[in-house]
Every structure is written in C-alpha cells, then in structure tokens.
Design a protein around this ligand. Structure first.
Ligand code: C5P
Length: 208
C-alpha cells in the first residue's frame, strides 16, 4: 500500500483544489469522493427515481465507475444538493466507501478528499488534513464560480445552500463531517490556496 493523504472539509473550503495540487506535485492518484456521491445522485435523477429510496440508491451506488467520473458533468449545483441527500443513507455509503478503499491502495500514493476520509474511509492515513473556512468566505468563492459559469443565484441563496449542506453533512448519523482526532486543521478563510498548499507541503514532507 502506498502513502495515503486524507483531506476532509465542508463545501467550498478549498479542499478539492488543494487535493489536486498535492496529487500533481507528488505524483499521487487523486479521488474526489464527492463525485461518487454526485454520480449516484445524477443516475437517480436521470432515471426519474426518488432520492430517498435506500435500496434503489444503493443499486446506483454499486454501479458507479471510479474511472468514469467526469467533474464537468457532475458540477451542477442541484447535483451537489441531491448528492448530500443520498449521502445520508448507510447502504449508499457502504457501497461507495468500499469502492473508495479499493482506490486507496494504489501505489505510490493517493490523495482522497471528501467528508469522512480521515474518520471512516482511510482512518490509518499517514497524513490527515481538515480544511475549513467561514461560511461567508465559502459562499463568496462558490458565488464567484457560479457567476463565471453563467449561473444567476444570489450570494444570499448560495450562503443559505452552504449552511443547509453543512447542517446535513455535520448532522447525519452515519459518518458525519468532523475532523479526525489526529487531523491537522487548515483554516483558509484568510489564506490563499497557494499558502494552504505550502502549509500542506511542509506537513507532507515531514510525514513522507
Ligand atoms: O464535495 P461535494 O460537494 O462534491 O460533495 C457532494 C456531497 O456528497 C456532500 O455535500 C456530502 O453530502 C457528500 N459527500 C459525503 N462524503 C464524502 C464526499 C461527499 O457524504 N466523502
């Protein structure tokens, strides 16, 4: 098994960008586990199936192909909302966590980012980061991204969504979002992604 880096944090905390930069710099495989929940939600939406039927949702989760996850197809805001609904169901999580753990044994190392990587998916990871930022800062970043891709949600709508998603992710019974006891906290509220990357690099180089 290679070196494992677990990165968790709430929506729009900057963890995805950080994970991609780390994977590129160290030549590690990267898995954005949020995409696996998004792919499950999209399959249900496309088939006109309900989002709250655990058996149906787990069937779709079983079929998710980690090699075919396309961020551009799964990025839509509504898919993120739907993903956080399917993510509360234990049978969905069981199926996706199993696939994520199979990915995590790749050599020479992996970076997984999500909500429960350090606590559930890879509790033995060599390095755990918990990336966070204030809801206002995260809503500002998401609002800018949505604006660039032509969307027209207001800042207040985006902030409401972020708060709702946080409540659902932190409040669920199975694998709630929380830092692992041995995670390093990185608050990016007043930190650029470059500065966060430099801080992460120091921790990785120490742990390697
Ligand atoms: O990170 P992203 O916004 O793509 O994730 C979408 C949703 O998937 C999250 O709001 C969360 O509910 C769920 N998720 C999860 N566990 C993970 C990754 C994502 O529950 N490891």
């Amino acid at each position: 098994m290679g070196f494992t880096i677990a990165i968790d944090g709430p929506a729009a905390s900057g963890k995805g960008t950080l994970a991609r930069k780390i994977a590129e710099r160290y030549g590690f495989h990267h898995l954005d586990t949020g995409l696996t929940y998004r792919a499950t939600a999209k399959a249900l939406l496309d088939a006109g199936l309900p989002l709250d039927d655990e058996t149906l949702a787990a069937e779709q989760a079983d079929k998710v192909d980690l090699g075919a996850l396309d961020r551009s197809v799964l990025a839509a805001h509504e898919i993120g909302e739907a993903a956080s609904k399917v993510a509360v169901m234990p049978a969905v999580r069981r199926a996706l966590v199993e696939a994520q753990r199979r990915f995590a044994i790749r050599e020479p190392g992996v970076v997984l980012d999500g909500r429960d990587i350090g606590t559930v998916v890879c509790p033995g990871a060599e390095l755990k980061l918990y990336v966070t930022a204030s809801p206002g800062v995260r809503a500002g970043r998401r609002f800018e991204e949505i604006g660039k891709s032509g969307g027209n949600l207001s800042y207040d709508d985006v902030l409401d969504d972020i708060r709702r998603r946080d409540a659902r992710d932190m409040g669920r019974v199975d694998s709630p979002l929380r830092p692992a006891d041995d995670a390093h906290l990185l608050d990016t509220s007043e930190m650029s992604i470059e500065a966060a990357f430099r801080a992460a690099q120091i921790l990785i180089d120490e742990a390697l």
